[in-house]
Design a protein around this ligand. Structure first.
Ligand SMILES: [Zn+2]
Ligand SMILES: [Zn+2]
Length: 332
């Protein structure tokens, strides 16, 4: 086995490195900057150039972070390692590992639909594919992003007409910036944000992603009315005192989980938008097919459902126990 789940994370013994380790290790190869894939304390980190700023920002100054462009191979103790776009968030990568003619690809998290904030997913041929399964059930199929974005824009228009603030919640890294990037299509008005989103959003902007102007909701005149304004907030802000300034507002959640019937109501949102940064069921199956892999390991999400489905179709498929978490359902 070129890569296997060890105590600290997915380990490549031939190269002496871990991919997205959950314990501190000597050499960490990182797919992307989400907290469940990027943890503190390793001696060195290697990621794709496009993700370097986010990785360095999340780890802090003291960490050693090296990066290479997408597609450029690095030799680690005779093992060829390269990063390929995963389409998940800015700088996200699949990790391709080649040793003695054998090719493995670890997907990290990925999606197949378009996203104005990152480079599209690129299928990479391999013998063994390591995939996530966050939304690996047939009920999860995404509409084209333009449809979902039209719904978000229509909701904002509606709130503007009703003079009510429109507060949309999403994951602080990736989803929030994607919402902003998508909104650039229907408006050039400034969007108000929670302070936790500012640095991350400015890293996206500095990387060349077109985003509308943002303003901290706290940096407004006391008593400012947010009537008809759009506010993007992380899940952690929900129910906090920060929310008080908006008074009577409409709330929405942008997440793949909104595809489940009743999920929006159970969580108490006025609106739900099924906008996900993970592949849907057809996207996962298409991707496995595109890789040409004969063997598949499944790391997180609906691992057993996906493994069973693939095995029934003749693939050598197995679930792995990892500490990756998938798309948060409530707070971060
Ligand atoms: Zn992720
Ligand atoms: Zn993940």
């Amino acid at each position: 086995m070129l890569i296997e789940p060890a105590a600290g994370g997915l380990y490549c013994a031939a190269g002496g490195f871990h991919i997205d380790p959950w314990e501190p290790v000597d050499r960490a190869v990182i797919s992307h900057a989400h907290g469940d894939h990027l943890r503190y304390g390793s001696r060195s980190y290697l990621c794709a150039d496009a993700g370097r700023q986010l990785v360095a920002h999340r780890l802090g100054e003291a960490s050693r972070v090296e990066s290479v462009p997408y597609g450029q191979a690095v030799d680690i103790a005779g093992v060829r390692v390269s990063f390929h776009p995963a389409g998940h968030i800015l700088g996200s990568a699949q990790v391709r590992v080649e040793h003695r003619g054998e090719v493995w690809v670890a997907s990290g998290d990925y999606k197949r639909l378009t996203d104005p904030t990152c480079i599209p997913f690129e299928a990479v041929r391999c013998h063994t594919f390591i995939t996530e399964a966050t939304f690996a059930l047939p009920l999860f199929t995404w509409d084209p992003p333009s449809t979902t974005v039209d719904e978000i824009c229509a909701w904002w228009d509606e709130m503007r007409a009703a003079a009510r603030p429109a507060v949309i919640f999403g994951y602080a890294l990736g989803k929030a910036q994607r919402i902003l990037g998508e909104l650039a299509r229907c408006s050039d008005r400034p969007v108000f944000v929670h302070g936790a989103l500012v640095d991350l959003t400015e890293i996206y902007r500095a990387s060349g992603v077109a985003l509308p102007p943002i303003q901290r909701a706290t940096e407004t005149a006391k008593g400012k009315s947010f009537a008809g304004e759009l506010i993007v907030a992380p899940l952690s802000a929900r129910g906090s005192t920060w929310m008080r300034r908006f008074g009577d507002h409409s709330s929405a959640f942008a997440s793949g989980w909104m595809r489940i019937r009743g999920a929006r109501r159970r969580r108490g949102y006025d609106r739900g938008f099924a906008l996900s940064d993970h592949a849907d069921w057809p996207g996962i199956l298409q991707t496995i097919d595109d890789t040409g892999a004969e063997r598949v390991f499944v790391t997180h999400g609906y691992t057993h459902q996906l493994t069973r489905y693939l095995a029934e179709r003749g693939l050598d498929a197995h679930a792995w126990q990892t500490r990756y978490e998938g798309e948060p359902e409530s707070s971060e």
